[in-house]
Design a protein around this ligand. Structure first.
Ligand code: SF4
Length: 381
């Protein structure tokens, strides 16, 4: 199987692309110290041609100014008693076998050097996690996330072998951006292997198991011939590809760009699944729009064919919130932050019981027992 070919952006002439002045250049050096930069040759090639891709991967002077949170979901990882395993919901778990990625997105919630340097799960951690999941009879789904789980394929296959042997696990999702960053790794051998984890049971369909890949495309410039070919190798083998787009200022925050992206994905057998509002991560403010801006785009999408409408969501630390075309937001201003106050669908006691931790900061239990909290909104100026 082909391996990764990654290198740091320091070796390229793209490294200071956003530095227009000497002062910018100084700031970019500070940014790179705080938030590491990494590209793959394929991303580097695309970045030379597309501003939308440059903005996603190259360091920007504006990263140094921030109102965001350093690690919005880190509390959960610390609270889990098995390293790399997290359960926030009744029916599914999150497993993070590998924390690193082939290339670093500037809006990633793991963008800090601390998060980038986290150790990966060991085989012993994986064994413990799988044993624990086997005892969680309400859990039927496992989301394998990262970092990028495909960076260590042998470990991923080990985990998949173990998970598919559990009778309670019927849905496995692998979250990966390698189809964009390193499409060349999708050899026939790798695609056959991944497809082998979809196991239909014709006699007892409730026992069928399937593997889907959650892909991550934010702009149609990312859909290069190599990328589309790699996607086709997977979909033609029966692997479902569901796309999660992040709404990003100056990259895809227009009806035209989103609509074009989702239509291109559909044409290539990739389901537009989520449009995520960009999380309030420290150093990513310059790429965050308001939640309302996403809603304005979403309303337009709702007038198009329903097959190309993803779910629009934003994610306070207490859980995902779905935005509908009629959603209204309650705003509060505090310490120069625009906050959205929101009541989630999740039960606070059940959350504490399942996740085995207290509610995150800026969250509390509402009078009717639901999780209520604040989300830091982005800005459109
Ligand atoms: S691929 Fe995902 S986890 Fe990796 S850097 Fe990008 S956003 Fe972060």
């Amino acid at each position: 199987m082909k391996s990764f070919d990654t290198h740091t952006v320091n070796k390229t002439d793209l490294k200071n692309y956003f530095a227009k002045t000497h002062e910018d250049l100084e700031i970019i050096h500070q940014v790179k110290d705080k938030y590491p930069v990494k590209l793959t040759p394929h991303i580097e090639k695309l970045a030379r041609e597309s501003e939308a891709i440059r903005l996603q991967y190259l360091p920007h002077p504006k990263e140094i100014i921030s109102y965001g949170t350093a690690t919005p979901f880190e509390e959960g990882k610390k609270a889990s008693k098995i390293y790399g395993l997290e359960r926030l919901y009744r029916d599914r778990v999150l497993i993070t076998p590998h924390f690193d990625c082939p290339a670093y997105c500037r809006f990633c919630y793991k963008k800090s050097r601390v998060m980038r340097n986290k150790p990966n799960m060991t085989i012993e951690d994986i064994n413990k996690a799988v044993f624990e999941i086997g005892n969680m009879q309400e859990v039927r789904g496992a989301l394998i996330t990262g970092g990028d789980p495909l960076m260590d394929k042998e470990k991923l296959f080990y985990l998949l072998d173990k998970l598919t042997a559990l009778s309670n696990i019927t849905e496995i999702r692998v979250g990966s951006r390698t189809l964009l960053t390193t499409p060349h790794i999708f050899t026939d051998e790798l695609c056959d292997k991944l497809a082998s984890y979809t196991i239909p049971n014709f006699q007892e369909p409730e026992k069928s198991q399937y593997l889907a890949i959650n892909v991550h495309f934010n702009h149609y410039d990312e859909l290069s011939p190599e990328v589309i070919e790699a996607c086709y190798k997977l979909t033609s083998r029966g692997i479902t590809l569901r796309n999660q787009t992040v709404l990003l200022k100056g990259i895809n925050d227009s009806v035209e760009t989103m609509s074009h992206l989702f239509q291109q994905l559909l044409r290539n057998n990739i389901i537009p699944y989520y449009m995520n509002h960009c999380m309030p991560v420290e150093g990513s403010d310059y790429l965050r729009t308001s939640v309302q801006k996403g809603l304005d785009i979403y309303k337009h999408l709702c007038t198009e064919s329903s097959t190309s409408i993803p779910h629009y969501v934003y994610a306070p630390s207490g859980g995902k919130v779905h935005v509908g075309p009629d959603s209204k937001f309650i705003y509060e201003k505090r310490d120069n932050l625009n906050l959205i106050k929101v009541k989630m669908l999740y039960d606070a006691k059940e959350f504490k019981n399942i996740a085995k931790k207290e509610l995150p900061p800026m969250h509390w239990e509402s009078e009717d027992g639901k999780i209520e909290g604040y989300y830091i909104d982005g800005r459109d100026d």
